[in-house]
Design a protein around this ligand. Structure first.
Ligand code: SF4
Length: 357
């Protein structure tokens, strides 16, 4: 029989937590028992350390575990601790991160390593971590609960999904950020104060392995007896988030080759995003109008709310603007290309364009 863990939600987005005291203990013990028996053996959980926790939390933001695994092992091999990471050059760090995307995470992790290496005492409470580069409420709570048993509850997309389903909350939230804020109080109330790090990891594990967006595995779920969404048969429709409005964009790029080298653009240090990374230059940056001929290749990609069509045109060196084209442009031989850090899927596109040539 399903117990009432959560009150019926108010019409507003404020979630009531009055009944938690009654059934919160059941939830905590069912969740932690399940985690103790079913937690996946992940490398950051084997002989855990603050460094492994921090690296894994940075890598796992917006990225799936199976993508992170090979990067994590290589990273630990190249930079086994904070001092080793702090001593590396930014170029080295960006190169090691290449392919994981969202490069500001790599830069922030590098800066964080430099800050922590300089500190005599490393803070242990999540609020003390918030001023550090790349640390938001989620990362602060995850790191401090796992590494220091700080009683801070994490709320990310996985946790929102579980809590919305458990409480059968049919409120439509404007964004996942709004939903996370609305659920923070409920997550705090449910936190297992004796084992906050394991509780947080158990919530993430439940969201990643059973409470999937589609087809949640309710028959295997340790807290199904408390799930109001399942009772109502609406679990797969929750949480309700306003639909994202996507915008279409086209980016025209120039594939220019001279003496076996390819023209690349290095994103300047002053850029707010992806500085120091290389990419195939845009026609716009070279002040060249799109040619009448069709592109060599065309590729689609999505970045946040943008659906982008990338078109690559063959441009001959004599079509480049006369005079200097600017110090951000570099001619790179294949051996240089192998060593340079690239943004997004540019390395893959370069390989495809080399095949076209
Ligand atoms: S019973 Fe199903 S919907 Fe409810 S929390 Fe468990 S897996 Fe998610």
């Amino acid at each position: 029989m399903v117990q009432t863990l959560f009150p019926r939600l108010a019409q507003s987005t404020k979630i009531k937590t009055a009944s938690l005291a009654r059934n919160g203990a059941t939830f905590r013990s069912q969740l932690i028992d399940w985690y103790d028996q079913n937690a996946r053996a992940l490398p950051w959980r084997t002989q855990p350390s603050l460094y492994k926790t921090v690296v894994s939390e940075f890598m796992l933001q917006q990225t799936q575990v199976k993508t992170v695994l090979p990067y994590f092992d290589r990273w630990l091999n190249d930079y086994p601790d904070f001092p080793a990471l702090a001593a590396a050059s930014e170029d080295q760090v960006l190169k090691s991160w290449e392919g994981l995307g969202y490069y500001s995470r790599a830069r922030n992790l590098h800066k964080l390593a430099q800050i922590l290496t300089e500190q005599d005492d490393i803070p242990t409470q999540s609020r003390q971590w918030l001023p550090f580069p790349g640390i938001g409420p989620y990362a602060a709570a995850a790191i401090c609960s796992i590494a220091f048993d700080d009683p801070s509850a994490v709320v990310d997309g996985n946790v929102v999904r579980i809590l919305a389903r458990l409480s059968a909350d049919e409120t439509e939230y404007k964004s996942s950020t709004d939903a996370a804020k609305a659920y923070q109080e409920l997550a705090n109330g449910l936190l297992n104060a004796d084992r906050p790090g394991d509780h947080n990891q158990a919530m993430m594990e439940l969201g990643a392995t059973l409470c999937h967006k589609q087809n949640p595995q309710c028959l295997l779920c340790p807290v199904s007896g408390l799930c109001q969404g399942r009772v109502k048969g609406i679990e797969s429709t929750l949480p309700r988030l306003a639909k994202t409005k996507f915008e279409k964009k086209t980016v025209n790029r120039a594939w220019v080759r001279r003496n076996g080298k390819a023209l690349l653009y290095k994103i300047p240090d002053s850029a707010s995003r992806m500085s120091g990374l290389h990419e195939i230059p845009t026609l716009e940056s070279l002040r060249i109008a799109p040619p009448a001929e069709p592109p060599l290749i065309e590729r689609k990609r999505s970045i946040t709310k943008y659906r982008i069509t990338e078109r690559f045109f063959r441009i001959e060196p004599h079509q480049l603007p006369s005079g200097k084209i600017g110090e951000q442009f570099v001619w790179a031989a294949p051996a240089d290309i192998a060593a340079l850090p690239f943004s997004g899927p540019h390395r893959k596109w370069i390989a495809e364009l080399l095949n076209e040539a």
